[in-house]
Write a protein that binds this ligand. Structure first.
Ligand code: ADP
Ligand code: MG
Length: 628
């Protein structure tokens, strides 16, 4: 500490001070003792404190009266003052020292005077007095010197005391300062502690800072990459937005186009319906197609000839023996023409192509009725139902397929269709539900009624909602089974009953507020063959009458419709009554006349063709030139 020298100074000063006081005291005492030779013991003690060895060695020079006391005084004076008298006295003393030989020395070695030598003794004493006087003189001189030195020392002491005082006040001042400084030091310590604490905190903070900096650097890099990504994405978004705007505009214009086109399509569809209907009407609302069944071996018999020029004419030729002349044979030709005549090679597909136009009419909201007329075995069921194999499938499955598919297509134009199927057999003017699945003992009876909407309906009949083609095919299968059951119970029943498949079609275009409702009827009629009167007895007679009645009534109704007669005798037979809705108004009717190619069926074939021709003539309104 910077304060240490101050302390040292203080100590030095203090000791010099005390030394001074000690130094002075023995000098004064010594002077007093020199003057008191009878108490050399005390003087010897004081001076001995200063220089004991020197005094001891010099002591033997003189011997005081009391021995040790004189020796002590001789040894006592300090260097400068006492030496001189000792030296100067020596020569003087040598004379007195000279003792007569044989004289005894008294105690300290000096020659002893004989008791009688009083003179000598006085001379010795005088010598000794002189010696003492010299010594007193020199002691006085020394004392004077010492007095001066004492005064000097005293002034110096005073001076030093003053200095000491000044130093003491300085010291106390310094002490105050020191105190203040120690406080400052404490403060400094505190501050330094605080500093080290802060330094620690700082280093922590620095570490933290470094870590944060590292983090910040990495985040800045990340930020940079994110910024780049962002800018890339922003440009992508910009591009996409532009594209989106373009696309939106495009979509907007396309939507407008779509709306426009939908309107156009709808208008086109309506126009198509109208034109289709017009064409169908021009073709005739009642059309007759003739179909010739192939011979069992696949060929065609000679008596049936189809015109090569067109597909509308058929000729039956019969060679008869003349009633009058021998060997004369007359050939009678029966010419018929229909809307279409199909030969034995015509496939199911070709047949259906002609009917498909009418099926389309059914979807357009027109009632459509398709009959198969002809004698038993002429191919009615084959034409209407066909066989399971795809190519051999008949009109019913194909029509159903077409209707479902067309209905599906019309969905895109906003059309929704519901289809309801029913299958009825009419035998002996009695209705039988061919879709019945309950117990045969609980078969309900059916009656044809008119609803409040003046629509024909059959009581207790199964009206099955269908959504797929397969469902309809399943129903056709079910009808076949029901007919087969009846067939075994009653031989050849199917040929003596009509079977009527009806598909009610309801369409709605909610967007345009348009609705349509129609019925597609596909009828497999009972065999048209006539019985010999002799064979027609009992049930057979009843059947015959019934069949003939309903078939002839069908002819009558069709004719009446074609002639636009005020009264149409629908109610004369169950068949015409059931088909009332399908036959009147705007409905389209197609009649297949199926004929067998065998020669022995000639009569029935001719009858069938005549019946069909009558229907056909009615429609075209012109007398058939072919009729014979
Ligand atoms: P219908 O129902 O008029 O009594 P079907 O349809 O039962 O007559 O026909 C009698 C037989 O002749 C059946 O075996 C049938 O397969 C066959 N048939 C009918 N028309 C054709 C045809 N166009 N091609 C081949 N076979 C036919
Ligand atoms: Mg049949």
């Amino acid at each position: 500490m910077s304060r240490l020298p101050v302390m040292a100074t203080k100590r030095v000063l203090t000791s010099s001070n005390s030394d001074n006081s000690h130094d002075l005291a023995p000098v004064q005492k010594k002077l007093r003792k020199d003057l008191e030779p009878h108490r050399p013991q005390t003087a010897a003690t004081v001076i001995g404190d200063k220089r004991p060895p020197a005094a001891a060695t010099r002591a033997p020079l003189y011997k005081s009266v009391r021995g040790a006391g004189a020796a002590t005084v001789a040894a006592g004076p300090s260097r400068a003052v006492l030496k001189q008298p000792a030296a100067s006295t020596a020569p003087k003393g040598s004379a007195s020292i000279k003792q007569p030989v044989g004289a005894k020395t008294g105690g300290t070695g000096a020659p002893r005077r004989q008791a009688w030598d009083l003179k000598g003794k006085v001379s010795d004493m005088e010598g000794r007095i002189r010696n003492y006087q010299t010594r007193v003189k020199s002691a006085n001189e020394e004392n004077e010197v010492l007095k001066g030195s004492v005064v000097q020392s005293q002034s110096r002491v005073a001076e030093l005391e003053k200095k000491v005082e000044a130093q003491t006040s300085k010291i106390s001042q310094y002490e105050v300062e020191l105190q203040a400084l120690s406080e400052v030091q404490n403060e400094l310590q505190k501050v330094s502690n605080e500093k080290s604490c802060l330094e620690k905190t700082l280093s922590n903070l620095e570490e933290n800072y470094k870590a944060m900096e590292t983090l910040r650097n990495s985040q800045e890099i990340e930020l940079q990459s994110l910024k780049m990504k962002l800018s890339v994405q922003e440009s992508t978004i910009d591009r996409l937005q532009t594209t989106l705007r373009d696309t939106e505009e495009e979509v907007h214009s396309l939507k407008e186009t779509v709306v426009q086109q939908k309107d156009e399509i709808h208008a086109g569809e309506m126009e198509r319906r109208q034109l289709h209907n017009t064409i169908q009407e021009l073709k005739g609302n009642i059309r007759v197609f003739c179909r010739v069944r192939p011979l069992v071996d696949g060929g065609l018999s000679n008596h049936i000839q189809l015109a090569a020029s067109d597909d509308k004419s058929i000729m039956l030729a019969k060679t008869e023996e003349s009633h009058t002349g021998k060997n004369t044979e007359t050939q009678k030709n029966y010419h018929f023409s229909f809307d279409r005549v199909f030969g034995h090679q015509a496939s199911q597909q070709e047949i259906f192509e002609e009917i498909s136009l009418l099926v389309q009419s059914a979807l357009d909201g027109y009632n459509v009725c398709c009959f198969a007329y002809g004698q038993t075995g002429s191919g009615k069921t084959y034409t209407m139902e066909g066989e399971e194999v795809d190519d051999s499938r008949g009109v019913i499955p194909r029509a159903v397929q077409q209707i479902f598919r067309a209905g599906e297509k019309l969905k895109s134009q906003g059309w929704e269709f519901t289809f309801t199927a029913s299958f009825v057999e009419i035998y002996n003017e009695t209705l039988r539900d061919l879709l019945y699945t309950g117990k045969s003992s609980k078969r309900p009876e059916h009656e044809i009624r008119k609803t409040s909407n003046n629509e024909v309906t059959v009581t207790n009949l199964t009206y099955k909602k269908v959504y797929t083609e397969d469902q309809v095919f399943d129903l056709v299968d079910l009808a076949k089974q029901n007919r087969a059951t009846a067939q075994t119970a009653q031989n050849d029943r199917s040929s003596r009953s009509h079977s009527v498949f009806q598909l009610q079609i309801e369409g709605a275009n909610a967007g345009r507020g348009v609705k349509c409702k129609s019925i597609l009827c596909l009828v497999d009629l009972a065999g048209s063959e006539r019985m010999m009167k002799s064979q027609s007895q009992g049930d057979r007679f009843k059947e015959m009458t019934s069949i003939n009645g309903s078939l002839s009534n069908l002819g009558i109704v069709i004719t009446a419709l074609a002639n636009k007669e005020s009264h149409i005798p629908y109610r004369n037979s169950k068949l015409t009554y059931l088909l009332q809705d399908c036959l009147g108004g705007n409905s389209k009717t197609l009649m297949f006349v199926n004929i067998s190619p065998e020669l022995d069926s000639f009569g029935e074939t001719l009858n069938s063709l005549r019946f069909a021709s009558k229907v056909n003539d009615c429609v075209i309104g012109t007398a058939s030139s072919n009729r014979k």
